[in-house]
Every structure is written in structure tokens, then in C-alpha cells.
Design a protein around this ligand. Structure first.
Ligand code: G3P
Ligand code: MG
Length: 226
């Protein structure tokens, strides 16, 4: 994947200006000049890939709600197709699709995603990340060809990297240092991190060679370009 360096993404859009993970939030992030978006994908009971950070909505598991029930409670929640359609409105944007998943079992969300992506043109600026290594392995088995990346909050998670079908790694910024960024890049993995809301931290991470910064404030991320 030939991405510009650095690549600056809105974390759930521009979540301090509009409700997170809504089309409004995404448009604000893109209109501000960010390169793209990070967003969170869930699956409803009837197989719709819906965009929401939490596994629950008002105490009810999204996996147990139908799409119609979910939309009735939260009409602002988009489905994945609506987010992908933003590439027509904002040509050239980059999309980091975070697949939310609760290991070890699968409710079929990887298969739903693989099927949806198969029918999509213009996927050359999209990649999938997940905290769930099993989801990444399943996506690979399902024939998904877009790049995959492991998200990590814990140092131990990073030890899984050599076993996984990933091209990228997204450790929380607290896990990164100059040496391990160099090691990841030497192994051919692109490096992304979140939630970068401090311009000084952003500068340090870029100096170490981090490729992708994901943050809540578009204007603070954009400061790294000046
Ligand atoms: O993908 C980066 C980041 O979004 C991962 O954590 O909880 O904000 O989805 P979270
Ligand atoms: Mg996320």
C-alpha cells in the first residue's frame, strides 16, 4: 500500500465536533483536510455491518438487534456501505476500517465483511484493523485481499505479529518507542497509532517513523504538516 507520509486520520471522524462515527462527523473530518477516517464496524443480528464503537447500544448487544431495530433506536448510525460511499464524495480518501470482534467465537462478521468488500470497487486506499487476531486470520482465510493490521493495547499482543497475516501494526502510542517502530518497519509492517491529540506527541511519533496518526482533533493533526 503506497500511502502518503504521514497519513492523518480522524478517529471516528471529528468526534469533538459531531457525534462520533456518524456521517456528519466523517464529513467534518474530511472537510477539515484530513486524509481519511478510522471507524468501528459491528454486525447486527440480520447481518448488516453497522458503524458503532461499543458492542452495546443502550445496554442491548448490537449483535442481538436487527438493523431495523438498531436504526429505530439510533437513526444516526450509518451502515458500512454509506461510509464506503464517501469515497465518491471525497475522492482519494483513506479508510481504516476497524472490525470490532469479541474472541474466541465469530458471529459471522468476518464473512459478512468479506462478502461486502468483494462487491466494492476502489478498495486500494482501505485497510482493516482489529484487536482480535482470530478475526484477522479468518479474514485472510475468507480471501480478503485488502491489507490487515493488528491493533494492540498490551505489549504481549505484539508477540503475535509473526503468526498473523498482517501488513500493518497499530499499537497504542504508549507502547511505541523509536526502537520498536524501526523494528516493525524493518519487518515490512506499516505502523499506525491512536489517539493522537497532542501535536508534540505527533511530532515525536513521526520522527520515529510512524506512518499513520489517528486523532480526535483534525486541526491538531494537521499542525504536524506545518
Ligand atoms: O483504531 C484505533 C482505535 O480506534 C482503537 O480503539 O477503542 O478507539 O476503537 P477504539
Ligand atoms: Mg476504533
Amino acid at each position: 500500500m503506497q500511502m502518503p507520509h504521514p497519513l492523518l486520520l480522524g478517529h471516528r471522524g471529528a468526534p469533538r465536533q459531531a457525534p462520533e462515527n456518524t456521517l456528519e462527523s466523517y464529513r467534518l473530518a474530511l472537510q477539515a483536510g484530513l486524509d481519511g477516517l478510522e471507524f468501528d464496524v459491528q454486525r447486527t443480528r440480520d447481518g448488516v455491518l453497522a458503524i458503532h464503537h461499543d458492542f452495546d447500544l443502550e445496554g442491548q448487544p448490537i449483535a442481538e438487534l436487527s438493523w431495523a431495530e438498531l436504526r429505530a433506536s439510533a437513526p444516526e448510525i450509518p451502515r458500512l456501505e454509506e461510509v464506503l460511499a464517501l469515497t465518491q464524495e471525497f475522492p482519494g480518501i483513506w479508510l481504516n476500517l476497524e472490525l470490532k470482534s469479541q474472541p474466541p467465537d465469530s458471529d459471522g462478521r468476518e464473512a459478512a465483511l468479506a462478502e461486502l468488500l468483494q462487491a466494492q470497487p476502489n478498495l486500494e486506499r482501505l485497510w482493516i484493523s482489529s484487536f482480535d487476531p482470530l478475526a484477522l486470520i479468518r479474514l485472510k482465510h475468507l480471501g480478503v485481499t485488502v491489507p490487515l493490521a493488528l491493533l494492540a493495547y498490551q505489549q504481549e499482543m505484539l508477540e503475535l505479529l509473526p503468526c498473523l497475516p498482517v501488513q500493518g501494526v497499530h499499537p497504542h502510542h504508549s507502547l511505541l518507542n523509536e526502537a520498536n517502530v524501526s523494528e516493525f518497519k524493518a519487518k515490512g509492517w506499516f505502523v499506525g497509532t491512536w489517539t493522537i491529540n497532542d501535536p508534540a506527541l505527533a511530532q515525536t511519533l513521526l520522527r520515529w517513523g510512524v506512518d499513520v496518526l489517528i486523532g480526535d482533533f483534525p486541526e491538531r493533526l494537521l499542525q504536524t504538516r506545518s
